[in-house]
Ligand binder design. Structure first.
Ligand code: NAP
Length: 254
């Protein structure tokens, strides 16, 4: 039985992950800012079979509070065996005076808050010489996606950081899993007005992600076609990438 701390558990992919882990009887520590939603998720997780569910309201960009909440949950579980950094926000490139604010906000959550949590839990797991650290990144990390500069680059930073951690932590018995979702039906993707290729329901994606995380896979991708699209995107010559992206992104963003 895993003892899991999960950020961004109040909605979307995080909520679906919590439900899927609960279905499989794991212990959960759920973190997000909206307390009412977290409490609803807790009740449902208990119904589904989780033996213990703790909730903590927290903005992951609050550095001191993040550390104290993680310490508190870790103590309550007598050592968490898994930490999933899922909380994240999306943003569009701005061509107005608030462009820098958008970049800062996105990096504060998707990079600073997310990597801070991973680094904090890393030290505990190193001491115990066991555990799983997981970051929910994105296929948008593969290349600089048009209209999503700060989102794409924030996820690329996370993916790269996770990759370094994965190799660094091998001698300590700590596994690092990167999850790269394609388009998943959540509040985040509701903002896209166009057609999102291979759009998948969150509960279906969560099953694939949980299977991969529990098997300690290095890199987990869903929906399936993105397993091939991701490396192809990375290999595309720049001129061709520019042409394809200009067409695709108009269709997706609407
Ligand atoms: N949906 C997709 O297609 C897709 C694709 C690729 C990657 N992803 C990634 O998957 C993760 C989850 O996305 P989603 O689609 O499930 O989004 P979502 O439905 O908008 O949910 C985001 C979750 O993160 C929490 N959160 C946001 N900012 C936070 C903060 N500062 N502190 C604490 N919690 C915070 C939210 O809770 P509160 O508002 O209650 O704090 C919510 O639970 C993100 O990292 C996202 O980038 C999603």
């Amino acid at each position: 039985m895993e003892k899991i701390i999960l950020t961004g558990a109040s909605d979307g992919i995080g909520k679906a992950l919590a439900f899927e882990f609960a279905n499989r009887g794991h212990v959960l520590g759920l973190i997000a800012r909206r307390e009412n939603l977290l409490n609803e998720v807790k009740l449902e997780c208990e119904k589904r079979g989780s033996p213990k569910v703790l909730v903590r309201t927290l903005d992951i960009t609050d550095e001191a509070k993040l550390e104290s909440v993680l310490d508190e949950l870790d103590d309550a579980f007598s050592g968490a065996t898994m930490f999933i950094a899922n909380a994240g926000i999306t943003s569009r490139s701005s061509f107005q005076s608030d462009a820098w604010e958008e970049v800062k906000k996105t990096f504060m959550v998707n990079v600073m808050g997310t990597i801070h949590g991973l680094e904090h839990m890393k030290l505990k797991m190193i001491k115990r010489r066991s555990g799983i650290l997981c970051g929910i990144s994105s296929i948008a990390a593969a290349r600089g996606m048009p209209t999503a500069g700060s989102y794409s680059s924030s996820k690329a930073a996370l993916t790269t950081h996770l990759e370094t951690m994965r190799v660094d932590l091998i001698p300590f018995g700590v596994s690092v899993v990167t999850v790269a979702p394609g388009f998943i039906e959540t509040e985040m993707t509701k903002k896209n007005k166009g057609n999102m290729p291979f759009l998948m329901k969150a509960d279906r994606a969560a099953k694939i992600f949980v299977d991969g995380i529990l098997k300690r896979k290095r890199f987990v991708v869903a929906p399936r076609p993105y397993r091939f699209i991701y490396p192809i995107l990375q290999m595309l010559p720049r001129a061709l990438f520019d042409r394809i992206m200009r067409i695709m992104y108009k269709r997706i963003r609407g």
